[in-house]
Design a protein around this ligand. Sequence first.
Ligand SMILES: C[S@@+](CC[C@H](N)C(=O)[O-])C[C@H]1O[C@@H](n2cnc3c(N)ncnc32)[C@H](O)[C@@H]1O
Length: 301
Amino acid sequence: MEMEQPVKTNESHPLEPAIITLFNNACESTLENMYFNTHRRQIASLFVARDYLAIFGNPSLLQAYVAAYSPSRSLCYYSLFSSSETLKTSLQSANFIYSVGSGSGGELVGITAALSRTTRTTTTTPTFHSQDIADYTTALAPIHTTLKTTFPSVNLTYESSVFDILSTLQEHVSLKTECVAKADVITCFFILNELLANSKKEFVAFVKVLVMGMKQGALLVVGDSAGSFSEVAVGTSSSKPSPQQQQQRQPTYMVYHLLDAIKAFEIVEQADSQWYRYPQGLHYPVKLNNMRHFLRIYRKL
Ligand SMILES: C[S@@+](CC[C@H](N)C(=O)[O-])C[C@H]1O[C@@H](n2cnc3c(N)ncnc32)[C@H](O)[C@@H]1O
């Protein structure tokens, strides 16, 4: 185990090594588990098959998912929240951050790291609410402990909820509506395609909750793969193209085409494709990934 050191507050001191050390320590037992590589291969082939529920519905794969995927994601989200002027400014005063599909911890670690470099303009303690269909409690427990020792200067209240964000059960509708209404920042990273794949009708209902429920000035931050993986076939109930559709070259579109058309949202920052490249010199047992993703930051009008 590497020594956990509270990170230096010096602005010029890069935080990426601290983020990777945090995962090295928090995920040590998973990384050393004899089934870890088997689980990683299983996850990778289920991603190719776009069988997301088989990954996130299987508790024995969740710890491997966190250890293998969340470090790269955290680095990317740290970079995003500490380089975008819109997001940097929002972190100075945000009181409630609602992160949809974020149970695996990537957003939590990235945003906490960015907060450690933020001078807050209010004395209130912000809340980070992680929402996910899967219960990552066991996998995230060591990450919470390690976050506190790595970023002791960050005052952040953590909450989570576990349910299908598309659920129409009254208790779930109330909870998501309440969180959406008080959020200053809502993130949807690598989740909207999955939602669209599960059900277009319920996806549209969820977008309506955002449009109707977000307060004026709140931000919706959306990012997902920029490649063809994110394309959704038009006119089908699923984003998994059938072999016949593939042959007919069904027209496809990206999730942001749908969101860009919403009149209640102003597009504040956008990129149809951008790279996050992690810095040299980071050591982690699993290969870290550079990420090509699209980005949209919408402001509710
Ligand atoms: C590809 S992972 C992305 C995780 C994280 N947002 C990130 O960027 O690292 C998708 C996440 O969305 C969650 N998810 C999938 N369908 C969901 C649903 N219907 N409601 C809530 N969460 C869902 C999965 O459990 C998983 O944690």
